[in-house]
Design a binder for this molecule. Structure first.
Ligand code: HEM
Length: 455
């Protein structure tokens, strides 16, 4: 029987993830039903999230960082980010026709805009709109299914039998993903397609796989030790699915939570809007990665939202020996496949030993002189006070890009629209729902009013 241990405070998280980092560098293999969908030859279809810490993980993660997510590439993404946020503004503007605003449920609109951006980063330009929409829907369904299965799934035969219907649905989604992703991947294999970059010469993520070679664990013998191989089709599908899902669902959840707090606190919304307009004016009327860097209040608002509502509800590790002892488990209680340790990210961001009034949305705490001044999205090695992007070896490689994506969309939405409760006597319901992502249980419904004329 698999045992589960929960970590809910900052000190214990720091002790485990930073001080005993090597004991906490793997996720339990069995809980990811996605890798159970094996290829014809029976291999596991690993992606960066599921693969064991080691040379294979390093090859995949370095490839993603170097070719797609490196902070030095962020500036060149600005035209695409601007275009995606303008598309969202245009979409909402079409629905906001009354001078007193219209009540909208915005999650779906935000999802379409964010997904469109992430799909472009993944495949480059030229993918048919209908195909992008089909991919968006299959990823959404997949995330919902994973969320239903993840809390209960421990990989045991009993669990598989009890959840055969859910597993069946998940495998059907994997089949749909293969049908949608593989033709695009194959298209990008053609030499003439190599020039098909996205705006500003941004190389799509799929191009990076084509030259990548990972350690070949099946090549036996001495000379096989350093042998490398190409990625199989099933692995490519799994990596694309990871990129599209991680890059869209988490950003959408964070944007919705942030807007909810801005509806709840119009004074915060006003301050934020003033900063955005000033920043834009001093940058010649456009938002750029550079102008975003000069907006400390925007940064503070996003950080406060991530502290209170981290889109990934818990991070997971599978530990043996030293790792189990670190969280106080007796070795006798550790099952053969390891103890599952869940770090409850929301509780850690609201630990009252670390935060003053942790349940209050107060962006000011992240400004100069505030209690959280200097705290970044990913914790350094000295302490953990919040960890929306995880910590240590397996922390999220997409944190910088995600922060910029969130800021681009949020800046456009706050500049162009006023966000208010649907009616005067109505408050925002901030109840959380933990699935694969932590989302608002009741999707945000807001009265949205155009602030400027539609051009
Ligand atoms: C608001 C946006 C995002 C949030 C809150 C988020 C959060 C997280 C968290 C909590 C983890 C687990 C970290 C750990 O176990 O220590 C993670 C892992 C990961 N994330 Fe993100 N993420 C976001 C955006 C992205 C983006 C944009 C990408 C890439 C396109 C991405 C790719 C990944 C990958 C590949 C991993 C696995 C890393 C590994 O195991 O080495 N994420 N993310």
């Amino acid at each position: 029987q698999t045992t589960l241990h929960k970590v809910v405070d900052t000190a214990a998280a720091h002790h485990a993830l930073n001080e005993k980092a090597s004991a906490f560098s793997n996720r339990p293999a069995a809980i990811f039903p996605v890798v159970l969908a094996t290829g014809l030859s029976g291999e596991r279809n690993e992606n960066i999230t599921t693969v064991k810490y080691g040379p294979h993980w390093r090859a995949l993660r370095c490839n993603l960082m170097a070719k797609s997510l490196h902070p030095s590439r962020l500036g060149s993404l600005a035209p695409m980010q601007r275009e995606a946020s303008q598309a969202l503004v245009a979409d909402l503007s079409g629905l906001v026709r009354d001078a007193t605003g219209n009540v909208l449920v915005v999650r779906g609109h935000i999802n379409t805009a964010v997904f469109g951006l992430v799909a472009r980063l993944c495949f480059g330009d030229g993918v048919d709109v209908g195909h992008v929409r089909a991919m968006e829907l299959v990823i959404q369904d997949f995330i919902v299914s994973m969320g239903e299965l993840n809390p209960v799934f421990d990989g045991t035969m009993l669990c598989k039998l009890m959840n055969w219907r859910r597993l069946g649905r998940l495998f059907a989604f994997l089949g749909r993903q293969t049908k949608l992703f593989l033709p695009l991947i194959n298209e990008r294999r053609r030499p003439e397609s190599r020039s098909c970059t996205a705006d500003g010469g941004v190389e799509p993520y799929v191009h990076s796989f084509l030259d990548l070679r990972v350690p070949d664990d099946d090549a036996g013998g001495k000379q096989g030790k350093d042998a490398r191989r190409e990625l199989r089709d099933d692995e490519l599908v799994s990596l694309v699915s990871e990129f599209l899902g991680a890059g869209s669902g988490s950003v959408v959840a964070s944007l919705e939570w942030t807007l909810a707090h801005l509806v709840d606190q119009p004074d915060v919304q006003d301050m934020l809007r003033r900063e955005i307009i000033d920043g834009e004016t001093s940058n010649g009327g456009v938002i750029s990665t550079k102008s975003l860097r000069g907006m400390p209040y925007l940064h503070a608002v996003v950080m406060e939202s991530l502290r209170m509502h981290p889109p990934v509800p818990f991070i997971l590790r599978g530990v043996h020996g030293e790792g189990a002892a670190t969280v106080g488990a007796t070795l006798a209680a550790v099952p053969a496949d390891g103890l599952r340790v869940q770090f409850i990210v929301g509780d850690i961001g609201r630990d009252s030993k670390t935060w003053t009034d942790p349940d209050e949305f107060r962006p000011e705490r992240f400004l100069a002189g505030g209690e959280a001044e200097g705290i970044g999205p990913t914790p350094g090695p000295k302490e953990i006070r919040m960890m929306p992007f995880g910590a240590a070896h397996r922390h999220c490689p997409g944190s910088s890009q995600a922060m910029v994506n969130i800021k681009f969309f949020l800046a456009a939405l706050v500049r162009e629209f006023e966000w208010a409760a649907p009616a005067d006597d109505c408050s925002v319901d901030l109840t959380e729902l933990d699935g694969f992502f932590k989302v608002m249980k009741k999707p945000l419904s807001a009265r949205v009013t155009r602030r400027t004329q539609v051009v």
